[in-house]
Design a protein around this ligand. Structure first.
Ligand SMILES: C[S@@+](CC[C@H](N)C(=O)[O-])C[C@H]1O[C@@H](n2cnc3c(N)ncnc32)[C@H](O)[C@@H]1O
Length: 534
C-alpha cells in the first residue's frame, strides 16, 4: 500500500449503509410502529415521530433523564437498532469548500454556488436537489457577506435554519414540523437563545466513514436517546442514514444509551462538557462508580508490578498502586507532566491544521515526557496527544521521502500506543477502536521505503518494533483481521463494517496474496541456495 492510498483512505467517500430507503422518505427503514407505548397527554403530532420507531422499541419517560428509547426485545452486538434519514443536515464551515453540501462527499473538483460563493456541490444534480433549501440559506449567506461579517453561523445553527425554511414550505401542521417540535417539547416556544441551545443538544455530528466530523444533523427519533459515558449503542458515520447500532447485547427492558461526549476523557471533563452543552449532570455507572482506578487518570506502579496508581491531583497527592500498594513517590513530576501536557494539547489542537510542523514538534517532545512521568497510554492527556501525534505523522508521510521509513515506523509506534490506550477505555467493537486498529493495520501494510537491515541476532530481531519484511506484513494481516471484526460491530454487522470494513476486507485479500507471493519467493530462493550449495 502506498502513502497516498493510506491518506486517501481517510477521505473515503462511499456510503456504507445497506437499508433501502425511498429517496424522499422521512421515515425509518424499520417496521412502522403499532405497539409503542404513548403517554396519554402526548399529542397526535407525537404519534408521527413514533411512526419512525420500529415496534421492538418503546419511548418511556424517566424522572432523571426525561423521555428515552427502550428495547422491548433483546438485540445482539452489531445489530442496527434504528435507521432513519436525517430531517436536516448541514456541513461544518471548515468542510464547506472540500465537501458537497448536498451529499457530503469529498471532492477535488467541486462546483461553487455562484451566488453566495460559500457552498460547493459535486455537480448540478446535487445543486438542484439542495436548491429548494439552499435558496433561503444562499440569500442569508449573501447578506452576511455584504455586512462585512466574516463569520458564517455554525453547522447546528444552519441546520436549524434549514428546519425553519422547511417549516415555511410545509406549513406548521405538517408531520415533519410536528416531529421537530417534539424534540424536547418546550424548546420551540422558549426564548430564541434557549431554544437554539436546546436545539443544539439534539443535533448529532455527521462524520465520514473514518469518523472525521463533517457537520451536524438532526433526527427526532434518534434525539430521543439519552446519554451514558459507558454507552450500549453508537451512532457512527451517518451519511446518508443515521443508524443506531448496538455495541453489546442489549436486553429487553433495557434503555438504549449513546455517548454525547468523548468518553476517553476523564470524568470531570465529561461532566463539564455535558453540563455546558446538554445542561445535565451525568449519573451513569462510570461517573458514580467508586472503582479505585480509572485508566483515564492513571500512572504505572512505581515498582513496575503491572498495576496502576490513580493519577495524583493538587488536592490529593497521595497515591498507591491498586495492586501492590506501593506509594507513588514522584507526584510532583506527574503533576507537572499533567499540567504541561494539557497546555500542549490545547496548543496542538489549535495548531494542527494551521501550523502542522509546530504541532508535530510539540507532540514529538511531549509524548516522551508524559510517558517517562509514568502516565499509562489511556491516561489523559497522553492518549489525546498520542492520537494527534499519529495523525500529524501520517499527514507528513507522503511529502517526506527522505525520512519516510523513520516517520512510518514512528507512526506505527504511535498507532500501537493509541490502540493500547483506547483498548483500556472503550468497549471492544467501539467504532473509534475499530478505526484505530484499521489505521495501525494499514500503516503496517504500507510498503517499507527503506527496511532496516537484519541485525543478525535472533533475539534483537524478535524485540524490534515495528518488525520488518514478512513479519511486518503478517502483523498487518492479523491486525486488519481483528479490525474487521471490530468494525463489524461498531459500524453494523449488516453493513459489513461500513465503507472502512469493506475496504479492510480488500486489504486483507491483497495482503494474503502478497504474503503468498513472499512465501513462494522465499521458498524458491531457499531451493536455489540449496541447489547452488549441492
Ligand atoms: C437528545 S435529548 C434526549 C431526549 C430527552 N430526554 C427528551 O426528553 O427529549 C438530550 C437531553 O436529554 C436529557 N438527558 C440525556 N441523557 C441524560 C442523562 N444521562 N441524565 C440526565 N438527563 C439526560 C438532558 O436534558 C439532555 O439535554
Amino acid at each position: 500500500m502506498s502513502f497516498a492510498k493510506l491518506k486517501a483512505t481517510r477521505e473515503a467517500k462511499q456510503s456504507y449503509v445497506t437499508p433501502n430507503i425511498p429517496e424522499n422518505s422521512q421515515e425509518s427503514s424499520a417496521v412502522p410502529s403499532q405497539a409503542v407505548h404513548q403517554p396519554a397527554e402526548e399529542t397526535a403530532v407525537t404519534e408521527k415521530i413514533y411512526k419512525a420507531i420500529p415496534d421492538y422499541l418503546e419511548s418511556r419517560t424517566s424522572q432523571t433523564s426525561g423521555r428515552g428509547l427502550w428495547m422491548k426485545q433483546s438485540c445482539s452486538p452489531g445489530q442496527i437498532i434504528l435507521a432513519v434519514k436525517p430531517h436536516a443536515a448541514a456541513l461544518s464551515n471548515d468542510r464547506m469548500d472540500s465537501h458537497c453540501s448536498q451529499c457530503f462527499g469529498a471532492g477535488n473538483s467541486l462546483k461553487r454556488c455562484t451566488k453566495c460563493q460559500a457552498v460547493y456541490y459535486c455537480d448540478s444534480m446535487c445543486q438542484n436537489i439542495d436548491w429548494p433549501l439552499h435558496k433561503h440559506e444562499c440569500a442569508a449567506l449573501q447578506r452576511i457577506a455584504a455586512s462585512g461579517d466574516p463569520s458564517i453561523p455554525s453547522d447546528a445553527i444552519r441546520c436549524l435554519g434549514r428546519i425553519m425554511w422547511k417549516r415555511q414550505k410545509q406549513g406548521p401542521t405538517s408531520a415533519w414540523v410536528g416531529s421537530i417540535i417534539n424534540i424536547q417539547p418546550s424548546a420551540y416556544e422558549l426564548h430564541t437563545h434557549l431554544a437554539i441551545s436546546l436545539f443544539v443538544t439534539n443535533t448529532f455530528t455527521i462524520t465520514d466513514p473514518s469518523l472525521t466530523p463533517l457537520g451536524a444533523s438532526v433526527s427526532p427519533p434518534v434525539a430521543l436517546i439519552n446519554h451514558s459515558c459507558d454507552p450500549n449503542a453508537v451512532v457512527p458515520a451517518q451519511e446518508p442514514l443515521m443508524q443506531v447500532i448496538a455495541l453489546r447485547e442489549i436486553r429487553a427492558d433495557e434503555e438504549i444509551l449513546t455517548a454525547y461526549v468523548d468518553t476517553t476523557l476523564p470524568k470531570a471533563m465529561r461532566q463539564a462538557a455535558l453540563r455546558e452543552t446538554y445542561l445535565f449532570s451525568c449519573g451513569c455507572q462510570l461517573c458514580t462508580s467508586v472503582a479505585d482506578i480509572d485508566p483515564r487518570e492513571s500512572v504505572w506502579c512505581p515498582k513496575a508490578c503491572g498495576g496502576m496508581c490513580p493519577a495524583p491531583t493538587e488536592e490529593d497527592s497521595l497515591s498507591r498502586c491498586t495492586k501492590c500498594k506501593a506509594v507513588l513517590q514522584k507526584t510532583d513530576e506527574v503533576l507537572d507532566a499533567l499540567r504541561i501536557g494539557q497546555q500542549a494539547l490545547d496548543k496542538v489542537t489549535a495548531l494542527q491544521f494551521s501550523d502542522p510542523a509546530k504541532a508535530r514538534q510539540l507532540t514529538t517532545n511531549l509524548v516522551p515526557i508524559l510517558t517517562s512521568a509514568g502516565l499509562t497510554p489511556a491516561s489523559h492527556p497522553l492518549l489525546a496527544l498520542t492520537r494527534l501525534h499519529q495523525a500529524l505523522l501520517i499527514a507528513e508521510l507522503p511529502g517526506a521521502p527522505a525520512q519516510a521509513q523513520v516517520l512510518l515506523d514512528e507512526a506505527i509506534v504511535a498507532a500501537t500506543k493509541t490502540l493500547a490506550g483506547l483498548g483500556a477505555v472503550l468497549r471492544a467493537g467501539h467504532p473509534v477502536r475499530g478505526i484505530a486498529r484499521t489505521e495501525l493495520g494499514k500503516l503496517l501494510a504500507v510498503d517499507e521505503p527503506a527496511p532496516a537491515p537484519n541485525s543478525g541476532s535472533a533475539a534483537e530481531e524478535a524485540l524490534r518494533y515495528p518488525p520488518s519484511g514478512a513479519k511486518r506484513l503478517r502483523l498487518a494481516l492479523e491486525t486488519l483481521v481483528q479490525a474487521r471484526a471490530e468494525l463489524g460491530v461498531g459500524f453494523g454487522a449488516p453493513n459489513e463494517g461500513g465503507a472502512v470494513g469493506r475496504e479492510v476486507r480488500e486489504d486483507i485479500v491483497r495482503l494474503e496474496r502478497e504474503l503468498g507471493v513472499w512465501k513462494k519467493g522465499l521458498g524458491e530462493a531457499l531451493r536455489d541456495a540449496r541447489e547452488a550449495g549441492a
